[in-house]
Ligand binder design. Structure first.
Ligand SMILES: [Zn+2]
Length: 271
């Protein structure tokens, strides 16, 4: 599943489309997570793309008359083509521009989304409920500590809740807790301000490492097989069950927490 860093790199890769004008919208299969609105070909015809933003894992394409929300779901990929190549089986949606470029959504599992948010995208029901961006100043130790005070869930579960902070997926939750030396099962409300400081810093560092590993082009996002993958990174704990901890050499543990695999070192992350 594309995580926040992959989505951010995708957004950067689409920048060549800025200030281009829509010639045509093609909906080949509207049956995504939610139906692709049938009015889009009419709504976006001859509209100029003025901005490309990211909020959580949504890409917001700001046109003159409103904003289109794009989400990659589990297996989605946005391809930027220099001309209108013949579509393949899972190419469900195109935005064709007057200069010849085509933005194409390919999504075998169809959990992705293309939604029209009109003129007030931040008030869209899917965006309105989101917590702060992890890399922005609003996500800080004081905020986190305040929010955790009433939460008895395990800290790993809490930081993956998009109402609290967006974009901390399973990999980044395990990795940042290890780096902050916090046991993933500790009830969230027991974290001290000091621990929150450490955790916030490590969440930001872990995400920035992934962004740096991913480079800044769409090409970097895809393997030689053309499928989206995670950026190649060295993990401390993620996916390393039984392998020696890089700090203390004891074996990495894996437990299920909130239905997700959770990796940690029992020695480095004491309860
Ligand atoms: Zn260790």
């Amino acid at each position: 599943m594309p995580e926040l860093p992959e989505v951010e790199v995708t957004r950067r890769g689409l920048v060549p489309l800025l200030n281009q004008t829509v010639k045509n919208i093609v909906i080949r299969n509207a049956g995504m997570r939610w139906p692709i609105p049938a009015h889009l070909p009419q709504t976006l015809h001859n509209q100029k793309l003025l901005g490309l933003r990211r909020r959580a894992k949504y890409i917001l394409a700001d046109f003159e008359n409103g904003t289109l929300l794009l989400h990659l779901g589990m297996s989605g990929r946005l391809c930027l083509l220099d001309r209108n190549y013949p579509p393949e089986k899972h190419d469900h949606f195109d935005i064709q521009f007057h200069d010849g470029q085509v933005l194409r959504l390919r999504d075998p599992r169809r959990f992705g989304a293309v939604l029209w948010a009109g003129g007030k995208p931040d008030e869209h029901p899917l965006l309105r409920v989101l917590g702060p961006e992890p890399l922005e100043d609003g996500f800080n130790a004081k905020y986190l500590h305040g929010e955790l005070r009433t939460r008895s869930a395990a800290i790993k579960v809490a930081i993956m809740d998009s109402h609290l902070v967006v974009g901390v997926g399973n990999i980044y939750a395990s990795e940042s807790l290890f780096r902050a030396r916090i046991h993933p099962e500790i009830p969230a409300k027991q974290l001290t301000l000091k621990q929150c400081e450490k955790l916030v810093a490590e969440i930001k560092a872990t995400l920035n490492d992934a962004l740096n590993a991913g480079g800044s082009s769409l090409r970097d996002f895809f393997g030689a097989d053309g499928n989206p993958g995670y950026f190649q990174q060295e993990y401390f704990v993620y996916g390393r069950t039984g392998e020696p901890c890089k700090v203390c050499s004891k074996p990495i543990q894996c437990i299920r927490l909130g239905q997700r695999s959770t990796f940690f070192c029992r020695h480095c992350q004491k309860r």
